[in-house]
Ligand binder design. Structure first.
Ligand code: ZN
Length: 285
């Protein structure tokens, strides 16, 4: 993919297909089952990372429902491979831009949907259903801020994975890659690591606000979130792939800054509303 430099416009206007990563790490495919190409695709509101091997492909996250045509066209036009070559879709957590397309892609390609281990559905019960709607509304808001045309992104709030992986387990069919458990943003977040090429996809563990790396919103479990950041010290020097930030090399200084900025109390919609109500109540005493 080194010589691919032009950009293809997705015909439905859902996004631009970025030039693929031209790193030497991913320059050629062999039959050894180990060499791969990493493709970065612009999704609805997030980066989509696609790992291509001769024996099949894996998406590092489940994308938005609106990304279905983008991913399908990428296979057809760029990879010149059938969508049935998509063997695995990982789901790092249940937010709309990470889980929204997983079931649809499985239906179309026959791939396996794989996520981290969870005991109960993230969006369970009435509270979960409301939270699911809020998160979809927030994704629309983000799209609006980015000047992206609003698209249908509703998706099932309960994931039906084919497989759940525990911390440090390898991904079946792509054994060079393994997951690490990095909760905090939600209860079930995972990151995905390739040690041989020193790459790591951390989804929403880190975002950027006003040009600076920051913890995401929400952070439901601040203690776990800080522990997840601590785990990053083992991956200094790795190429960090994030859903909403450009790739960069992971440095100890960045981790320290993030830990310092990490909240001590949960930060999510209902907590923020509750905190504001308490502050108002105090003012009126
Ligand atoms: Zn998220």
């Amino acid at each position: 993919m080194n010589n691919v430099s032009s950009q293809l416009k997705a015909s439905e206007g859902a996004g631009v297909l970025s030039p693929v990563n031209t790193s030497k790490k991913s320059s050629s495919l062999h039959d050894d089952g180990q060499s791969y190409r990493l493709h970065q695709i612009q999704g609805y509101i997030q980066n989509i990372f696609l790992v291509e091997y001769k024996h099949g492909c894996m998406l590092l996250d489940g994308a938005c429902k609106a990304d279905l045509s983008v991913v399908s066209k990428y296979f057809e036009q760029r990879l010149k491979r059938p969508l049935s070559d998509l063997k695995v879709v990982m789901v790092t957590h249940m937010h709309p831009d990470h889980a929204g397309c997983a079931h649809l892609l499985r239906k179309l390609s026959g791939c396996k949907v794989i996520c981290g281990y969870f005991d109960e559905h993230w969006y369970k019960g009435i509270k979960g259903a409301l939270s699911h709607l809020t998160d979809i509304a927030l994704s629309h808001w983000v799209a609006g801020r980015l000047g992206i045309k609003r698209r249908l992104i509703w998706y099932p709030r309960k994931l039906k994975p084919d497989l759940m992986l525990q911390n440090k387990e390898n991904i079946p069919g792509f054994e060079d890659w393994h997951v690490i458990s990095t909760p905090g943003h939600t209860a079930m977040d995972i990151s995905i690591v390739h040690n041989k090429t020193k790459r790591m996809y951390v989804a929403d563990l880190i975002v950027k606000v006003k040009g600076k790396l920051c913890p995401p919103f929400p952070v439901y479990f601040p203690h776990h979130y800080k522990q997840s950041l601590q785990k990053l010290y083992d991956y200094q020097g790795y190429e960090l792939m994030m859903a909403h930030v450009k790739n960069r090399e992971l440095k100890a200084g960045d981790i320290r800054t993030l830990i310092n900025k990490a909240p001590d109390r949960p930060q999510h919609n209902s907590q923020v509303i509750l905190d504001r109500a308490k502050r108002l109540a105090r003012l009126h005493k």
